[in-house]
Ligand binder design. Sequence first.
Ligand code: GLA
Length: 722
Amino acid sequence: MKHMASADRPERPTLVILAAGRSTRFGRAKQLEPVGPGGASLLEYAVYDAVRAGFGRFVLVVRESQRDEFEARLRPMRAAGVSLSLACQRLVHPDLVPLAPPGRVRPWGTGFAVLAAATALPRQGPFAVCNADDFYGRVAHERLGHALADPPSGVRAFAVTSPLANTLSAFGGVSRGLCEERPDGTLLRMTEGLDLRLDGDAPRTGEGAEAPAARPRVVGRTPSGAAIRVDGDSQACMGLWGFFPDILPLLEERFRDFVAASPGTEDEFYLSETVGDLAAAERTRCGLVPAGQGWMGVTFPGDRERVAVSLRQLTEAGAYPVDLWTPHVHAKPVGSAQPSLFGPPPAPPSGVATAPGRINLIGEHIDYNGLPVLPMALDRHVNVDFEAVAHSTVELEGDSVHGSFAFRLDRATESAPRGHWSNYVRAAARGLLDHGVELRRGIRGTVTGTVPVAEGLSSSSALVVASALALLHANEAQVEALELAALLARAERYVGLQGGGMDQAASLCGREGHALRIDFGPLRVTPVPVPEGWRWVVASSLTRAEKAGAVRELYNERRAQCAEALERVGRTSWLEVVEADEDEFASILAGARKSLPLTLSRRFRHVASEGRRVIEAERALRGDNMAAFGRLMNESHASLRDDFGVSTQALDEIVGVARDAGAAGARLTGAGFGGCAVALCRANEAKGVIEALIDRFYAPRGGVDRRALFVADASNGATVTP
Ligand code: GLA
């Protein structure tokens, strides 16, 4: 038997899903039948539960004729990052059945299906096997995952079991592996029971009865036709198994014997019987793992409705998202986090989500024009100290100024009054929900922070990012950082300002000691080291720049003007303007000056020239040419003041004082209309710059609020500390 050539030792078990059955009693391909409220089939639930239980790969055994249908249905799972392959079960097999016996149409049975999957299995490491048309539930997969990770000595196989009476159908007889146990709890033998149903004379359950009810009996027959009559409490294997690769040669050997005995056209090589025989012959030891609650099968069409109702209830209770395979959102594997097989459930996630503010070094009001910018994450943060709550409510307490608030996640689209800080948290929740993240749990906690508020240092985006991370962590979901930055940038626009994507990306992707070159369409972040010996002094103009306040209209107006200017000069992309060669750039600017009204031509000149300054500034940073960087900052400020109209007298003054005091360059940072300026200076000159600012700018205005003047270090991006 050939196995996969890779010598990789997989860390996590593989799940083989048997989906090649003919569904004769069901009438159509029941393996793909949608049953969940979002249209997922049972095999998708098996994959979803197994991912959460720590399984790493999936092999689906299908018939050749179903391959395309399955491939199509696998796409969303693959897009969600699930490693899935198909193995075809045929009647012939190069080693085992070179020629199909005449008249045989029926597949060879579950034992052979496992052999058909073998080529797609990793050479080493455990694997599990389940039926595509049964629902086992998360607990069963978790328990099996744990058993495979830490098998008792000598145990090389596991059968997951349930009380037989719980596995029957109200609509007809079913087949189950009936288990007999050894005193040590391992399998003594297993018999395939066919056409199993509750014995009509016996009451099914004693639940609620005052006197102990008679135990239910189950009747059926063996494959050879012998009558079966067993206790309903006896353990039945429902087709979920765990194995190590050494089972494969044993199965092969038994299958050869089966074929050699010239089976009829309908005889099947059952996995249950084979493992039972191997256990009885002490060729393998098979542990029994109780499945816990939850097994449901779809043998008959009538079973479907019952399963659909249960899945809807489970979904409403938060056990599953409606859409299992929302791209880029992965349920975190929890297998290894479980304390023990039967231990208590893990504590609800809690932690502190910390997201930094940012200063923009250069590249202002150009992110929303799709042009690269060069900010850095600050060493000042917004912290959301949270614990997950089972109900989907967000309840956060702020400081004495901001107060507390609560909202329901299913009402995240409703806004609090304009300017209320809860709107940023609502925006984070809404962004995640719109992206398809299932927020089953809410959070409760407190928000603290060191990012000065309404100072153009992106305290609002830091709050959005920290809230989103807290919600993701509480729900054990993950979204890749750039994806998250992009979705949160969109989400923050719900609050009103039609911002670009700089702030959220800087907060999420900051790197200590580095500026960040951020490109858009698609979003990319490239850290650029800041040369040693240089500092960034941040100074407030003492005028608040509230994104949700007056700044909003002025900002949005600028954004619209830029779009109009670009369109009126007949261009479709700012990048193409910025990347033009010297001569062409000069002629584009001259053309804009001639064709556009004065305001628009100034806006045009700012965006075009600022775009080029960012490229030069990055070059200066990489070349350790900080004098050039400073000059570019000065030019940027002049352009923002004269052409873009977003500076203020106070900002101009700060910039002037800082330069006079020896800064290599200074400019307003952020959207402007108030907020802060940033000055670049040699480390040994920072003190002098600060003193000059205190003397000449702050003292005449009644002194300095300590938060408003500080030296900033480039810092790492947002994190969650559990
Ligand atoms: C605000 C926005 C950013 C960016 C700056 C100006 O901070 O949120 O996207 O446009 O203004 O550069």
